[in-house]
Ligand binder design. Structure first.
Ligand code: GAR
Length: 231
């Protein structure tokens, strides 16, 4: 069966903040770059997330499940899980979602939840590494290359199978804010929509707990020098 004959996969995007990664997905969808799926709902843990405005402006249904109303991750995850069932989720994308989900969700959706992390995993990742903190630690360490990773979510924070990574050069005068912005622009906003589209085309396969892109030799990270030259 051709991919265009299959029903579109329901992509549910989970957000907590500004939603620039959500915007990258919306832009890719509007440009016809998400093949085989559609963003069918955006769920926010934060009622004031600007990501909700982005969704509404693009006619995408939203749900708010405020993290603050739940006593722990377990009860919060139960509420999210119920919403995912109601939305007939085929793919769940954590796009700047700042809550660790309980293992019940991972169990219900194995290899169907992906996360974008703003560093090259296994560096600067795991519990406590999110948002600006990741870039502060990278600069503190003095790494010369950082980047972004899209990976499947498993029971351990940022430890699921890596699907795609892209490297970004660290500059001498970088601040956490500057580095964050460059990693978003050059890496996150590119590899997240690419991965979502590949997933929706059933082009990501799992072998021995590792993820591979089918029929593709090209998905390798360009070196930071290549990125510099193309600007
Ligand atoms: C992004 O940089 C994303 O990678 C990061 O938070 C930011 C959200 O921005 N996520 C994590 O750190 C998760 N560990 P956005 O709301 O503008 O997409």
């Amino acid at each position: 069966m051709n991919i265009s004959d299959k029903p579109l996969k329901n992509i549910i995007v989970l957000v907590s903040g500004g939603g620039t990664n959500l915007q990258a997905l919306i832009d890719a969808q509007n440009n016809g770059q998400i093949i085989g799926g559609k963003i069918s709902c955006v769920i926010s843990s934060n009622p004031n997330a600007y990501a909700l405005v982005r969704a509404k402006e693009n006619g995408i249904p939203t749900r708010i499940i405020p993290r603050k109303l739940y006593k722990d991750n377990k009860s919060y995850s139960e509420a999210v899980l119920e919403a995912l069932y109601e939305e007939y989720a085929d793919l769940i994308v954590l796009a700047g979602f700042m809550t660790i989900l309980d293992k019940s969700i991972v169990k219900a959706y194995p290899y169907k939840i992906i996360n974008v992390h703003p560093a090259l995993i296994p560096s600067f990742c795991g519990q406590g590494f999110y948002g600006l903190k990741v870039h502060e630690e990278a600069l503190k360490y003095g790494v010369k290359i950082s980047g972004a990773t899209v990976h499947f979510v498993n029971e351990i924070a940022d430890a699921g199978a890596i699907i795609m990574q892209k490297a970004v050069a660290v500059k001498n005068d970088d601040t956490p804010e500057k580095l964050q912005k460059r990693i978003m622009q050059e890496a996150e906003w590119k590899i997240l929509p690419e991965t979502v589209s590949l997933f929706c085309q059933d082009r990501i396969e799992i072998n021995n707990g590792k993820a591979y892109i089918k029929d593709c030799l090209l998905y390798t990270s360009p070196s930071p020098r290549d990125t510099e030259r193309s600007r």
